[in-house]
Design a protein around this ligand. Structure first.
Ligand SMILES: [Mg+2]
Length: 187
């Protein structure tokens, strides 16, 4: 199936930065069932700052360790060779995202980080990219590996594709398409 444009989540979808979310939750005291950013927002400013610093340290370490997800680089190249516009929407910080992209040589037309828009599952970032391209959302795909990615795609009216790493098979039924191996998209 050919789409007008493809937007990617970064962590766990295009790259594996080996972020240890369990360690981040333990260090910050963030309970299960709430995102780290949302948890920070719920705290008084001083405590929120401490949570943001812990998240930042993990994200920068992750950016230094990040590797391509198998097959993702080839699919991204194939899309770009086909003149399909590509973008990245991530909840990561701008510094961690830029370090990851420069280390791995990832170039797409638009990169939105949590400094640029409300975090997923809010669809704001996806809508901003669609507007920048001047393309209707129903012709665009958002590919991600987590519930928030699927919810953001749905809320934006885009196709929701789920990259199933095996950690969250329960999200598969919420997606329009489940990908277990990016190489299958090149066939
Ligand atoms: Mg992800």
């Amino acid at each position: 199936m050919r789409h007008a444009g493809v937007i990617f989540d970064l962590d766990g979808t295009l790259v594996d930065s080996r972020l240890d979310f369990d360690a981040m939750r333990a260090e910050t005291g963030c309970p299960e069932g709430i995102g780290l950013l949302e948890y920070a927002d719920s705290l008084p400013p001083g405590e929120a700052q401490r949570v943001h610093e812990i998240v930042h340290q993990h994200e920068m370490a992750g950016a230094t360790a990040a590797v391509w997800v198998p097959g993702a680089q080839a699919w991204l190249r194939a899309l770009q060779a086909d003149n399909v516009p590509t973008a990245i929407l991530t909840r990561n910080s701008r510094p961690a995202t830029e370090l990851t992209l420069s280390r791995l040589g990832i170039e797409v037309e638009h990169v939105l980080t949590r400094e640029d828009c409300r975090p997923k599952p809010d669809p704001q970032g996806l809508l901003m990219i669609a507007a920048a391209w001047g393309l209707p959302c129903e012709n665009l795909v958002y590919v991600g590996d987590f519930l928030y990615d699927l919810q953001a795609a749905r809320a934006a009216g885009m196709h929701a594709w789920f990259y199933d790493t095996g950690m969250h098979p329960e999200f598969g039924p919420l997606a329009d398409r489940v990908i277990r191996d990016f190489d299958t998209l090149l066939a």
